[in-house]
Write a protein that binds this ligand. Sequence first.
Ligand SMILES: Nc1ncnc2c1ncn2[C@@H]1O[C@H](COP(=O)(O)OP(=O)(O)O)[C@@H](O)[C@H]1O
Ligand SMILES: N[C@@H](CCOP(=O)(O)O)C(=O)O
Length: 319
Amino acid sequence: MAVYTKVSAEEIDQFLTRFDAGTLVSAKGIAEGVENSNYLLETTQDRFILTLYEKRVDPADLPFFIAMLDHLAEHGCLVPPMIADREGTKIHNLCGRRACLIKFLPGVSVSHPTAAQARATGEALGEMHRALADFGPERRNSLDHDGWWSLAEQCGPAELDKIAPGLAQAIADELDHLDQHWPHHLPRSVIHADLFPDNVLMLGDRVTGLIDFYFSCTDIRAYDLAVTHAAWCFSDDGTDFHDPVSQALIAGYASAFALSDAEREALPLLARGAALRFLLTRAYDWINTPADALVTRKPPQAFLQRLRYYQNHPDIFKP
Ligand SMILES: Nc1ncnc2c1ncn2[C@@H]1O[C@H](COP(=O)(O)OP(=O)(O)O)[C@@H](O)[C@H]1O
Ligand SMILES: N[C@@H](CCOP(=O)(O)O)C(=O)O
């Protein structure tokens, strides 16, 4: 459920008068998503997404996201830019929230990715990285390898062990390992940092849109591929690894953007970091979100399973 702020049809109608976007025909709250309130609007001209930013997106970061999406769209990437009103303004206030009118992209998110879909996604990620090579603005990753220690502390050992016995120690050991071996020397860039299947729109085997850039930040570029790998190459619960999907994702990426030997060699470690990052944020949300809240909590164990798999199978990234 992701409509935290209710906006009436009259308020949306009034909001649309600022744009050359037609008049409202229908407005429906979108159930998917967890961070923001999203509406699908149909007007006499087109379809749009109306997003109201809830507390997880800092309004100060919106200009960065807008600049990044404009840059990607100008470079031919299938991303949804924010639409300017007649005065050129893209960030608005609506019902006490910052709000943007966003280009609608067709497509659906896949739940069980095939190798062909993973290949297309890898390629789209590589093309995005190519387009971002000359993008100047930067944004710090608050969920980077330094931030993981603090997340683990905020969760607390007793609560972590309730999720899985011995989890607090397993996380501390992994953090120590990553501290010693993290490949700080690898090339950095602005990255998506959350390219899960629900953030890729597809029609058949074709990518029609990359969405949800609100974790985008500056970090090790190959870490983005590792995040995408952790998200795409396992069953939902993390118990089954899908090798053909993994091979296809990496081949698709490498076909669009060169993966250096150093980056390829670092993938096992970067993937461990990616699995730990989502294990920690899911554990934090699991501990701090009431079980009856509107948001469905995502199970942390699914990323503990992935972490264990990456720890035990460092060879899966070998060509
Ligand atoms: N530009 C877009 N075009 C089409 N659908 C979109 C677009 N942006 C978001 N959506 C739909 O809204 C849902 C939630 O969007 P998302 O950005 O993932 O939300 P959140 O930031 O709250 O997680 C997506 O799963 C998708 O169905
Ligand atoms: N992808 C993350 C959660 C972030 O949710 P999103 O809907 O904004 O992608 C996870 O699965 O833990």
